[in-house]
Design a protein around this ligand. Sequence first.
Ligand code: NI
Length: 185
Amino acid sequence: MILPIVAYGDPVLRKKGVDIDQDYKDLKQLIDNMFETMYHANGVGLAAPQIGKSIRLFIVDAAPFEDKEPELKDFVQVFINPEIVEQSGEEWAFNEGCLSIPGIREDVMRKPTILVRYYDENFEYYEEEFSGLAARVIQHEYDHIEGILFTDRINALKRTLLKGKLNDISKGKVDVDYKMKFPKK
Ligand code: NI
C-alpha cells in the first residue's frame, strides 16, 4: 500500500523517533508499505517520520546511484534503531533532495565515512562501516529520525532564500506526482 508522504512543516518531521522492538505492531507490513511508497516516489531512502510515524526506522535502496558507484546496485537495506557511532574524513558536498521537500535540491556537506550500529528487519544486529553515497543516504535518513532536515544543514542565507518555497510546500502549493500530506492545506 502506498502511504502519503508527510510534507515539510509537519511537526512529525521535527520529532526524535523512539526505538522499537520485534513486537512492534505490523512491522513487516509497515516495511513493505514503506518500500512501495519509496519506489512509487522514485526515492533512494525513506524514514518512518516521513509517513507519520515517530520511530527509529528507515529504508534505503541506492540502486539509482549505480551509475556513480556500481557497488550500490544491490544496496537495499532496512535500518532499525540505528546509531551512527562515528563519522570520519573530510566533509564533501553532494546535491541532496528529500521526498518531504519536493522541488528543492541543495548541496549539503557531510563526512564521507560512518560507522553504524543497527538491526535489520529480522532484528539481526550489525555494526558496519559505510562510505561514499551509501553513507550519504544513511546520514540523510538518520537525520530524519533525529528530527533534522537537509535544509537545516545549508547556510543561513540560502535557507532564508528558500523560506517562501518551503512555506508553499507546507500549503501544498507544489507540483508533485506522488501522494503527500500537507500540514497547512
Ligand atoms: Ni529526506
